[in-house]
Design a protein around this ligand. Structure first.
Ligand code: DON
Length: 307
C-alpha cells in the first residue's frame, strides 16, 4: 500500500488498545523483572528511509531479554559463518523457550538459536572466538546503531544468575553431549549479560532496521550482514521467534519478529520498516499480550504483512 500515514495509524492503534483489559502477567521468575511498571506501553516504527513514528512510553529503556538472541546470532554468523549450523538447528521448536525435553532426545543440539539452549550455544561460540565477548557484543551493537548508550543491566544479569536453574540445567546437559566447549560459568555469564541488554522501543526498532534493509543499516549506512545472511536471520525469526506461539504470531501479524520476557517485541517488514513495541504483561506463552495485539493491528491497518 503506497503512502501509508503511519502516525495516524499508530494513533488509532494506541487509542484502540491502550485501555483494553490485559489478562497478562509480568514475568516474575527473574526477580528483577518484577520491579517494572506493568502499565507501560510504547511503540516505535522506523522506515528504511529513516522516518520515525511513535507513541506512549517509546523512549523508556526496558529489558529486551530474548530479543537480543538475534543480535548474538548475527555477530556469530559474521565471525564464524555457516559453521554455526553444525551446532544448532534451524527448525521451530514447538515447545517452551526453556524446555529441556527436546534437547535430551536430540542429543544436545538445540532446535534453533532463539530458544535458550540455542542462544547458550551461540554464546559458547562467541566465548570461543572473542577475547572479551561481552565487550565485543556491545561494541558491535553500538557500532551498527550509532547509539553508544546501549548497555547491559548488571543487576538484571545477577538476578538471572541467582535463579537461572533451568539455564544451568540446559548448559549442563549440552556440556555432557559435547556441544559446549568452554567453562559453564563463563558461557552463562555471557548469556545472562546478553539477556540483560536494555533499549527503548526507538533504539530497538533502529537496531533491527538492517534486517528490513537487506543487511545494510540505514542508520549508520553500513553493511551489517550479507543479503544471504539477512534472509536466514529473518526466516529464523519468522519460524522460531515466538517459540510455541510462532505460528500464532505469523497467523496474526505476518511479519518476522522476536519477543522477550521483558514484554518487548520487534518485527520487521523487509523493504519497508522495523517496529518495536513494549508492554510488560505476558500471555501464557511468555509473549507480551498487548504487544501481540498492537502488532496485529499495525499490519492489519497498514495491510503490510509479508504474506
Ligand atoms: O533465560 C531466560 O529465561 C531469559 N533471560 C530470557 C527468556 C526470554 O526472553 C524468552 N522470551 N520470550
Amino acid at each position: 500500500m503506497a503512502n501509508i500515514d503511519y502516525q495516524k495509524m499508530l494513533d488509532e492503534v494506541a487509542a484502540e488498545l491502550r485501555d483494553i483489559d490485559d489478562p497478562g502477567e509480568v514475568a516474575t521468575y527473574i526477580p528483577e523483572l518484577r520491579n517494572v511498571d506493568s502499565r507501560k506501553m510504547g511503540i516505535h516504527l522506523v522506515t528504511i528511509d529513516n522516518s520515525h513514528f511513535y507513541f506512549g512510553d517509546s523512549n523508556e529503556k526496558f529489558s529486551i531479554q530474548s530479543i537480543s538472541k538475534v543480535l548474538s546470532l548475527t555477530l556469530a554468523l559474521k565471525i564464524v559463518g555457516d559453521t554455526v549450523w553444525d551446532r544448532v538447528g534451524v527448525e521451530p521448536s514447538g515447545s517452551a523457550f526453556n524446555s529441556l525435553v527436546q534437547l535430551e532426545y536430540e542429543k544436545g543440539i538445540p532446535r534453533n538459536p532463539l530458544i535458550n539452549a540455542g542462544a547458550i550455544v551461540v554464546c559458547d561460540i562467541l566465548v570461543d572466538c572473542l577475547d572479551n565477548p561481552k565487550f565485543r557484543l556491545l561494541e558491535f551493537i553500538r557500532a551498527s546503531t550509532g547509539i553508544s548508550s546501549i548497555g547491559y543491566n548488571p543487576r538484571m544479569a545477577e538476578s538471572e544468575k541467582k535463579c537461572g536453574y533451568r539455564n544451568y540445567a540446559l548448559v549442563n546437559l549440552m556440556k555432557d553431549f559435547g556441544n559446549i566447549h568452554n567453562e559453564i560459568e563463563l558461557v552463562l555469564d555471557m548469556y545472562f549479560h546478553l539477556c540483560s541488554i536494555e533499549m527503548t522501543c526507538k533504539e530497538l526498532a533502529q537496531t533491527f532496521l538492517f534486517l528490513a534493509a537487506g543487511g545494510v543499516s540505514p542508520v549508520v549506512n553500513e553493511m551489517i550482514v550479507s543479503p544471504r545472511q539477512t534472509k536466514r536471520i529473518n526466516s529464523i525469526m519468522q519460524m522460531c521467534g515466538f517459540y510455541d506461539e510462532a505460528g500464532e504470531f505469523a497467523f496474526r501479524t505476518g511479519l518476522p519478529g522476536k519477543s522477550g520476557v521483558g514484554g518487548g517485541i520487534v518485527a520487521i517488514h523487509p523493504g519497508k520498516f522495523s517496529v518495536a513495541v513494549w508492554s510488560p504483561k505476558l500471555n501464557k506463552k511468555g509473549n507480551s499480550y498487548k504487544g501481540m495485539k498492537l502488532l496485529e493491528s499495525v499490519t492489519t491497518k497498514s495491510q503490510s504483512s509479508i504474506f
